[in-house]
Design a protein around this ligand. Sequence first.
Ligand SMILES: [Zn+2]
Ligand SMILES: [Zn+2]
Length: 338
Amino acid sequence: MATMRAVQVPRAGGALELATRPIPEPAGGTVRIKVQACGICHSDALAKEGHWPGIAYPRVPGHEVAGVIDAVGAGVTAWQRGQRVGVGWHGGYCGQCVNCRRGDLFACVTGQVTGISFDGGYAEYMIAPSSAVAAMPQELSPIEAAPMMCAGITTFNALRNSGAQPGDVVAVLGLGGLGHLGVQYAAKMGFHTVGIARGKDKEPLARQLGATLYVDSQAQNPAEELQKLGGAKVILATATSGEAMAAAQGGLAINGTLMVIGAADALTVNPIVLLSGRRAVKGWYSGTAMDSQETLAFSARTGVRSMNEVYPLERAAEAYDRMMSGKARFRVVLTAGQ
Ligand SMILES: [Zn+2]
Ligand SMILES: [Zn+2]
């Protein structure tokens, strides 16, 4: 039987380990992907630590997958062998449940998550439901495309659904893995883009990524600085600090939205800020495979790219620790060396 290398979590809280596994066969409705690159996301900790209900171990994490379709299961007509594709957090939908029938495919009650509900991309091959697959354009290398499948889509899709129009002030709070993409997307979408982060040292990067203004939240009051511009139509909160979000909310314009995509523990909202200006706090789900496909296409056309540190698959444990340390600039990508 043909085998592959895969990096798996043996049990909740266990260490990542390199294993040899049979190359899986695609069942009906699924495709097999030869993985070329897989990004490491903070959410991979959910699989590793078992902080998600019902995970069957051993489990291969990874939901920032880029590769090539290698085999197609019965009944799949949308995809063919040899196509370049990506798979993200959204692990497909059933098309039958009430949420799917309303068109809210992202909220399919089957709740399939790549690298959590089924094995993900820390491997040489993986199986994905055909409804979880996005086309990857030729202009993007697998290493460039991989982080777009979670960090990219999360920021791109939130911004394009935020209600902001070209020319509106849009602030991106946080300049990490999500934020450094959010600033680029916001600038390419034509927003008056403001970067907010801690420390003066991040200003050159923010401007290089397309921000027309930078606010150092340690030295300046972000709410006051945004109000000097008339307020932000949208604040895209990519930071994982609820305090940082709370400190920025006063910078919203009337009818403005605090768009939360950073997984902070808690957020204190001032009701007076909300009701006096018809302001809103809203979250956004990353998106479906079609949203991923549009993220990839937009990135390829406009030159938006993630800054990545690249590790070979066999060094996944080290790469994972690097990502979780918060010191990576800015995403960490595993490559299967193909
Ligand atoms: Zn993710
Ligand atoms: Zn469904």
